[in-house]
Design a protein around this ligand. Structure first.
Ligand code: TYM
Length: 333
């Protein structure tokens, strides 16, 4: 059995379909055959400067969406990052092994800091990938299920693990692998199908949020950007809009894209959109009911998270001790 770790930032009231198809469905599948640890990364969310009450609410909402998607706390460890202080401690250690230039080359940092300017960019945003590496290495993780946009951060994590091993001896850190499922690694914006679907998109019309009103979602799918042809064919370069709709339909129905192309031979974009809207709404309606069920009892939810934090901590403490010891920090007695 491998050890899985992954997390999402509680930076929005709702996860979006890219989070679900790119990561969350993988999490649920992987927990069946691996030891899985799933985290709400609230420390990472601090980099966007959230309102405290909003952050608290979003942290619970994110956890509720993990549960509603099928993350099973009887199988997997489900917890909130700040409840396990070892994440922040390991991040410091790793930051002393991360090059300034290396961190400056992270494309997500470059994009975000370019938008915010040097004064508006915090040191936390700069060291964000180091905290992410700490999340992963703290559990001797072997496999990290994420979408394509996290690939570079995973590479940095692997480099840091290898650097620790070269410096302090084999077995200091476990070198993790990214688990990125090609078909759904990048779900695109419905209005701009060359950009990834993201909660920070310019227009909300290209976004499908899991907790959106199903009527709004259906409307957004019906107005998705396609192209001037008629043919329903998977061709991400020439037909990014239609290909994205096929990807989503395929993932939600478990039907291969080639079979869908055959199903829609001779049919129009309107048919595809109508069917996709039906499938998405059919998925969202019970999903939202489950989320609201979990949110209706915050005490029970907090109990699940507390138990998860305790189990996570039992794994994190020995790893941090090993890394501290190998680094030459005097053992506590
Ligand atoms: P975050 O919160 O931005 O996104 C959560 C997960 O969703 C994936 N994702 C997508 N996949 C496909 N298509 C899309 N349009 C799409 N948008 C988002 C992301 O790749 C991610 O897997 N840094 C991470 C959170 C994190 C983490 C970790 C992940 C912190 N520590 C340790 C793994 C392991 C992030 O910001 O994800």
């Amino acid at each position: 059995r491998g050890r899985i770790f992954s997390g999402m930032q509680p930076t929005s009231d709702s996860l979006q379909l890219g989070n679900y198809l790119g990561a969350l469905t993988q999490w649920v599948a992987l927990q069946e055959v691996h030891d899985a640890i799933y985290c709400v990364v609230d420390l990472h969310a601090l980099t966007v400067g959230p309102d405290p009450a909003v952050l608290r609410e979003r942290t619970r909402r994110t956890a509720a969406q993990y549960l509603a998607a099928g993350v099973d706390p009887a199988r997997s460890i489900l917890f909130v990052q700040s409840h396990v202080p070892e994440h922040a401690e390991l991040a410091w250690l790793l930051s002393c092994h991360t090059g300034f230039g290396e961190a400056s080359r992270m494309t997500q940092f470059k994009d975000k800091s370019a938008k915010q300017g040097t004064e508006g960019t915090t040191v936390g945003l700069f060291t964000y990938p180091v905290l992410m590496a700490a999340d992963i290495l703290l559990y001797d993780t072997t496999l990290v299920p994420v979408g394509e946009d996290q690939r570079q951060h995973l590479e940095l994590t692997r480099d840091l693990a290898q650097r620790m091993n070269a410096r302090f001896g084999a077995g200091t850190a476990v070198v993790p692998e990214a688990h990125i499922v090609k078909a759904t690694a990048k779900i695109f914006d419905l209005q701009d199908p060359t950009a990834k679907m993201s909660k920070s998109a310019e227009s909300p019309n290209g976004l499908i949020e899991l907790l959106d009103d199903p009527k709004v979602v259906a409307k957004r799918i019906r107005s998705a950007v396609t192209d001037a042809e008629r043919e329903i064919r998977y061709d991400p370069v020439a037909k990014p809009g239609v290909s994205n709709l096929l990807t989503i339909l395929s993932a939600l129905t478990d039907r291969p894209v080639a079979a869908l192309e055959a199903d829609y031979a001779g049919k129009g974009y309107g048919d595809l959109k109508k069917d996709l809207a039906e499938v998405v709404v059919g998925f969202l309606t019970p999903f939202q009911e489950r989320v609201h069920h979990y949110l209706a009892d915050p005490t029970a939810l907090d109990d699940v998270l507390a138990e998860g934090a305790e189990r996570a901590r039992a794994l994190a403490v020995p790893t941090l001790e090993r890394l501290y010891d190998r680094s030459g920090l005097l053992p506590r007695r």
